[in-house]
Write a protein that binds this ligand. Sequence first.
Ligand SMILES: [Zn+2]
Length: 106
Amino acid sequence: MPWSSFLTHCGVSLNRRFWLWVEEDGDCWVWTGDVTAGGYGTWDHDVVHRVAYREMVAEIPAGYEVDHLCRNTRCVKPDHLEAVPPRVNKNRIVNKGRPKGVRSGN
Ligand SMILES: [Zn+2]
């Protein structure tokens, strides 16, 4: 499903300026706006994948980080995001394997 259709489906307004900076790139929705030195998209004093997670999935539990299952730090697709305790996120970075939950190809 194209991201624009998905957002409409979820009741997210496409008029929000946030979404003007998102472009579909393969299986990812890539942020094309400002990016931090660490490679994360930024929006309104927050990183964009956290904004997207709160917008489309759920509130992020206190202390949790939002991990990219696709390893694309500028991706904001809810399917590719998962809220994890900080410790889990670090372990995943150390044990870099094939991210689970991400289908290969289209
Ligand atoms: Zn992605």
